[in-house]
Write a protein that binds this ligand. Structure first.
Ligand SMILES: Cc1cc2nc3c(=O)[nH]c(=O)nc-3n(C[C@H](O)[C@H](O)[C@H](O)COP(=O)(O)OP(=O)(O)OC[C@H]3O[C@@H](n4cnc5c(N)ncnc54)[C@H](O)[C@@H]3O)c2cc1C
Length: 403
């Protein structure tokens, strides 16, 4: 029998729902995040620096591609294990979680699921240790929420493919050794214009990955472009088993699942910092924590966090049973990222002027959440995905233009 206690960090005892095996992974990730990442987080954000050593440390700890089978260097763990890792990293800085998301869900996952055995053997073990770093190129300068309109092309030539085009907003691209790029393939046959995946190695002639400058969010995460000018990609670097948008969307669904869990950590951290602050700060002769307006803010936060925790857990449970649908992921990504952004903004306000400094860490989360609410499908786009599922009417384009 469990105890009957009120724990304002976990009101519904949701951590008890996590299996013992996954909780051990959670504890290891928490220990690493709090002792190794936290001391480097403020500086990394301010200096816009991603320490490459962190990738190797995470690899050594087994935090990369945790759901990939052991024979390819993963841990063969559950998706919930992946979720709990994300929660611990996001609690410190979503920039590091973004690194893990991209490496695990957007690079290792497609190679594992859609790649050849040679591709799996060649890349997965080194991605799992962090020896090589991957990135994922879907978004283009003129094609974001609507990736199906992409113009990056892969033309069939002798022995391989010639890629032209550019991708932007690509996490890790400036430091990546391997780019998973989605392009429209033209082989002169029935599949002309069909989206396919390609693996482009650093050093390929015609490839460059300039950095996106002046980011005010996710500053420790290197973001850049992938520019391809007549890049020759040998046949063995095309992903053989996938055609169309379901390839990139399958990767995104995994990464969005990770976000659902990750932002729970952000929200919890912002709430805990705000609670500690108002308990310690006195104004008008009384602790801020005793003021009604402050208490209702805290009550709203823990209510939202409880919903986020339970949603994340249930989605993980369904995903581990192979029962999670893309709509379930959309609902949870939209809800949890939106709620975390809101909690971060309210926490920032509760810290007054101190909330403006990086030292109190809340504004750092707040800025990161602007990205998380936008990438991997914006808040509104996931609303449209849900709207389509509910009504069976799509509203991505204005009415009358969708015939
Ligand atoms: C820091 C960062 C890292 C990223 N990392 C990656 C990465 O690694 N790989 C990658 O491929 N991409 C990445 N992205 C890109 C990200 O996925 C896109 O920014 C996102 O999909 C939105 O596309 P967009 O920026 O072109 O916005 P747009 O699609 O132009 O949208 C602009 C606004 O219009 C709204 N909107 C769009 N269509 C509709 C509609 N039909 N109805 C109503 N409203 C609509 C959107 O909700 C949004 O509010 C990253 C982005 C950021 C900021």
């Amino acid at each position: 029998m469990g105890t009957k206690t009120f724990n304002s960090n976990d009101i519904y005892h949701f951590e008890e729902l996590i299996s013992q095996e996954d909780r051990m992974i959670m504890d290891a990730a928490r220990e690493y995040a709090q002792t190794q990442l936290e001391p480097r987080a403020l500086e990394g954000n301010q200096d816009e620096q991603f320490d490459i050593g962190i990738a190797r440390e995470m690899g050594d700890l087994g935090l990369l591609g945790v759901f990939i089978p052991e024979e390819y260097g993963g841990a063969g763990s559950s998706y919930t294990a992946y979720g709990v890792i994300n929660r611990e990293l996001d609690r410190v800085d979503s920039a590091y979680r973004s690194f893990v998301s991209v490496q695990s869900s957007l690079v290792m996952h497609p190679i594992h699921v859609f790649g050849t055995e040679e591709q799996r053997q060649k890349y997965l073990p080194r991605l799992a240790t962090g020896e090589i770093i991957g990135c994922y190129g879907l978004t283009e300068p003129d094609h974001g929420s609507d990736p199906g309109s992409m113009i990056t092309s892969a033309k069939k030539i002798d022995g391989g493919w010639k890629l032209n085009g550019s991708k932007t907003w690509i996490t890790n691209s400036p430091i990546a050794d391997l780019c998973v790029v989605w392009a429209k393939a033209y082989d002169g046959g029935d599949e002309d214009g069909v989206i396919r995946g390609f693996l482009i190695e650093r050093g390929t002639e015609g490839l460059s990955t300039p950095k996106v400058k002046n980011k005010m969010s996710m500053r420790a995460s290197p973001t850049g472009e992938i520019v391809m000018q007549d890049c020759f990609i040998p046949n063995e670097n095309a992903l053989p088993d996938i055609r169309g948008l379901k390839g990139p969307f399958s990767c995104l669904n995994n990464a969005r699942f990770g976000i659902v869990w990750g932002v729970v950590g952000v929200a919890e951290n912002c709430y805990q910092r705000a609670r500690d602050y108002v308990l310690g700060r006195t104004q008008f002769g009384y602790p801020l924590a005793s003021m009604q307006l402050i208490q209702t803010k805290l009550a709203n936060m823990v209510t939202d966090i409880t919903q986020m925790q339970l949603l994340a857990w249930r989605l993980g449970d369904l995903k581990d049973k192979d029962r999670a649908t893309p709509e379930m992921v959309s609902l949870a990504k939209r809800n949890n990222a939106g709620a975390a952004l809101n909690i971060a903004r309210v926490a920032r306000d509760m810290l007054g002027g101190n909330g403006i400094t990086g030292d109190f860490r809340v504004i750092h989360h707040m800025m990161n959440m602007e990205t998380v609410n936008t990438y991997e499908g914006t808040y509104d786009i996931h609303g449209l995905v849900l709207g389509r599922a509910i009504t069976e009417i799509q509203s991505f384009v204005p009415r009358g233009n969708d015939q």
